[in-house]
Write a protein that binds this ligand. Structure first.
Ligand code: SF4
Ligand code: SF4
Length: 79
């Protein structure tokens, strides 16, 4: 069965982290430990103001949003 454009877009939904809101703290980050696809990684990065960042692997993320309510900083969005 052929899918319409809107149906394809639904399958392409991914999680995005707003770095400006994110605490980037791997000790408290529930999305990091509880993402069922292990799509979130904590990366040390001297270029970042906090010295690290959370990164979402778009290949692994399935976009169902399990991580959204787990984020203490309300910084993850599905789009
Ligand atoms: S819980 Fe949210 S704000 Fe906190 S480190 Fe994780 S992604 Fe960032
Ligand atoms: S939407 Fe799902 S797969 Fe993607 S980062 Fe969040 S919990 Fe992980």
């Amino acid at each position: 069965m052929l899918l319409g454009i809107n149906e394809v877009e639904v399958f392409d939904l991914k999680a995005y982290i707003d770095k400006k809101k994110c605490a980037s703290d791997n000790r408290i980050c529930k999305p990091l430990t509880e993402c069922p696809k292990k799509a979130i990684t904590w990366i040390e990065d001297e270029e970042e103001p906090l010295g690290s960042r959370m990164e979402i692997d778009r290949e692994k993320c399935v976009g169902y949003g399990t991580c959204v309510p787990l984020c203490c900083g309300d910084c993850i969005e599905i789009r």
